[in-house]
Design a protein around this ligand. Structure first.
Ligand code: UD2
Length: 312
């Protein structure tokens, strides 16, 4: 049986949906701090437990009888972590350690962990490859990185198989567009479809390796089944290997949404990274990973989803 943490969140629910489609048994856990009950619609075949992984007894309960965990639960967002670094640490570090500990005690075979491209920090060298020294520059990046280190240490010390996938700016259907901490793509889609002016923090020339959700789901399923001797204890980028600026993204969304105005420019955000682009050769080599959906197609499908009322 598979466990998906953060199963009511954007990425967790997408992984759970694919597992159910493949006929797998799935248990999900979420505390609904950022996850949404509406995201569980369509996942009726999943056993669902409401609970907070920062509570060790919840970790123990959800790990019983599980073979593989997809650990997606977190408090995402750089600005949220700047506003409340302790909450980010509790949700991203404490909870991940408790989960790992109960996982090893329960005999879970493998944990696939949602790492973050923020680990690379704001260094100028592109593309980012896994051999680079991590340099987190926000509390969020530090927290995601700390849990990543625990993954490696647990594989080494306890023999539980762990695989870290460093996600690069994932977007797509089910990403929450309503919070002040929502990812930029979800915010822009919602606002521009509603005819509201989006805000760009900085000059808009910052770039991201925006990765459509299906590519990340694909990487997770490969990471769950790849041979342990190849992948356990390893860290891999999960991305597309191409980048686009926010100004270009805005233009692409103008075409898809019909928004007629201009963006509002404001000061850059604290802890923000200028450019981000992944080298995906390691995931290709170790997992046989190839991006399945290109940026343009992903953006089209994403806008369609928000257009049809998704995320409300
Ligand atoms: C970081 C990680 C990403 C993931 C994410 C989770 C990097 C490069 N990426 O994403 O992998 O872990 O955190 O939260 O570290 N922006 C606007 N207007 C808005 C909202 C955002 O201009 O209304 C800008 C923002 O300042 C940034 C870019 O858009 O330059 C992307 O912001 P984001 O919050 O979507 O994601 P980011 O890059 O912090």
């Amino acid at each position: 049986m598979y466990l998906v943490t953060g199963a009511a969140g954007f990425i967790g629910r997408s992984i759970a949906a694919e597992l159910l489609k493949r006929g797998e048994s799935v248990r999900g856990v979420d505390n609904f701090v950022t996850g949404k009950r509406a995201n569980l619609v369509g996942l009726e075949g999943m056993e669902f437990i409401e609970g907070d992984l920062a509570d060790q007894s919840v970790c123990k309960r959800v790990c019983a009888g599980i073979e593989v965990i997809f650990h997606e639960a977190a408090l995402a967002s750089v600005p949220r972590s700047v506003a409340d670094p302790v909450a980010t640490n509790t949700a991203c570090v404490d909870a991940s350690l408790y989960l790992l500990n109960e996982a090893r005690l329960a005999g879970v075979r493998r944990v696939v962990y949602a790492g973050s491209s923020s680990a690379y920090g704001d260094t100028p060298t592109l593309p980012k490859h896994e051999g680079m020294l991590p340099k987190p520059i926000s509390p969020y990046a530090a927290a995601k990185m700390a849990a990543e280190l625990y993954m490696g240490a647990f594989a080494r010390v306890y023999g539980i198989e762990t695989v870290v996938l460093r996600y690069f700016n994932v977007f797509g259907p089910y990403q929450d567009p309503t919070s002040q901490y929502s990812g930029v793509m979800a915010v822009f889609c919602r606002k521009m479809l509603a005819g509201e002016q989006p805000t760009i923090f900085g000059d808009g020339e910052q770039s991201r390796d925006f990765t459509f959700i299906e590519n990340v789901v694909h990487a997770n399923l490969l990471a769950a089944s790849a041979p342990a001797e190849k992948v356990s204890g390893r860290v891999m980028n999960a991305a597309t290997g191409s980048r686009i600026t926010l100004n270009q993204t805005f233009k692409a969304l103008v075409k898809l949404t019909g928004y007629a105005g201009k963006p509002n420019y404001e000061a850059p955000r604290a802890g923000d990274i200028r450019d981000s682009l992944a080298d995906i050769s390691l995931a290709k080599e170790l997992l046989g990973y190839e991006p399945q959906v290109c940026f343009e197609e992903g953006l089209r499908r994403t806008v369609e989803w928000y257009k049809s009322g998704g995320g409300n």
